[in-house]
Design a protein around this ligand. Structure first.
Ligand code: ADP
Ligand code: MG
Length: 317
């Protein structure tokens, strides 16, 4: 199946510097409603890639397609099908939220009456129903982010592109934002491209992830597969004679490294559950002082990707 976003050897030069240095990737599945995360540290080129997909930058080499349309030559076709939540604010302060949204819906081609209906409906959907007749300049940062999300989806796009959607949000608002985005993917089968420097955002919403660093793809992976094949790490602190623990762990297919003073690091391969570990500890007659879990795949993938590029430039592109 064709990817929703297809990028081939894309290069973009801004102010004499090559910001994207040959990016290639195929993201999402047409018709599948997938969320793809574009992850990378600040300055990696995420926003530049998105802005190139939107047709704001002209590539110096390579090409990009969204839903089969060329991002550079068929910008109109592309823009008709996508919604974009930019990183920066671009509000008209003395306009009410509902008028702002109606304007965006009309600009996207909806008839006036439908546009107004959609404006109301979408504002309720993102939790701004009560505040919809207030002027945008009176909105808090969190409310502004929600209006930005609302204007991106008011016309029912096939692909929703979000640039750092949780910027400036407190933990509760951040969860609400991520939940809304997940619902759009699951309920409305919308394709999502979520761009963030935050691992946690990508982890909570996305099925696939592409990691960008220094204008190149450092790593791409399917998070579902990674999660399935994921080994888990457990940190243990036990009291008692732990001389037989290493062998006991081998007995259940796990591997343990003693770190002294009753501390252990244990790797549980896929299929071995923590119950089995508790069984071993019981049989060894050990008292468990502490047991902490780690299932932090994406973080490890991310760190590896960062290191990989740093040590072997050129190899990862
Ligand atoms: P990210 O979104 O991953 O944080 P950006 O795409 O915003 O990264 O920026 C990548 C690099 O490109 C940065 O070093 C930034 O300074 C530079 N850059 C972005 N836009 C421009 C521009 N219009 N002119 C010159 N340099 C730019
Ligand atoms: Mg950015």
């Amino acid at each position: 199946m064709a990817g929703v976003v297809e990028v081939e050897n894309l290069k973009v030069v801004l102010g004499r510097r090559e910001i994207l240095r040959g990016v290639s990737c195929s993201l999402g599945d047409e018709g599948a409603g997938k969320a793809v995360g574009l992850l990378g540290p600040n300055g990696a080129g995420k926003s530049t890639l998105i802005r190139t997909l939107l047709g704001f930058h002209t590539p110096s080499a390579g090409r990009a397609r969204i839903l089969g349309f060329d991002c550079h030559r068929e910008t109109r076709e592309v823009r008709l099908r996508i919604g974009y939540m930019p990183e920066n604010d671009s509000f008209i302060g003395n306009v009410t939220a509902v008028n702002f949204l109606r304007m965006f819906a009309e600009l996207s081609g909806l008839p006036a009456k439908v546009a107004l209906e959609k404006a109301h409906e979408t504002l309720f959907h993102v939790g701004l129903g009560e505040a919809r007749y207030r002027e945008l300049r009176t909105y808090s940062l969190g409310m502004k982010q929600m209006v930005k999300l609302a204007q991106a989806v008011v016309h029912g796009p096939e692909l929703l592109i979000l640039d750092e959607p949780t910027n400036g949000l407190d933990p509760a608002a951040r969860q609400r934002m991520l939940r809304l985005v997940r619902e759009m993917k699951e309920g409305q089968k919308m394709n999502i491209l979520l761009c963030s420097h935050l691992l946690r955002d990508v982890e909570q919403v996305c099925d696939e992830v592409v990691i960008l660093k220094d204008g190149m793809v450092a790593h791409g992976c399917n998070l579902e597969e990674e999660r399935r094949s994921n080994r888990r790490f457990v940190e243990l602190e036990v009291v008692g004679d732990d001389g037989g623990l290493g062998a006991g762990l081998e007995g259940i297919g796990a591997r343990g490294v003693a770190e002294g003073a009753g501390r252990w690091r244990v790797v549980l391969p896929a299929g071995v559950e923590v119950d089995a570990l508790w069984g071993v500890l019981r049989r060894e007659g050990l008292l468990v002082h502490r047991l902490t879990h780690r299932r932090d795949t994406l973080e490890e993938i991310f760190l590896k990707a960062m290191g990989h590029i740093a040590h072997t430039p050129g190899e990862a592109a």
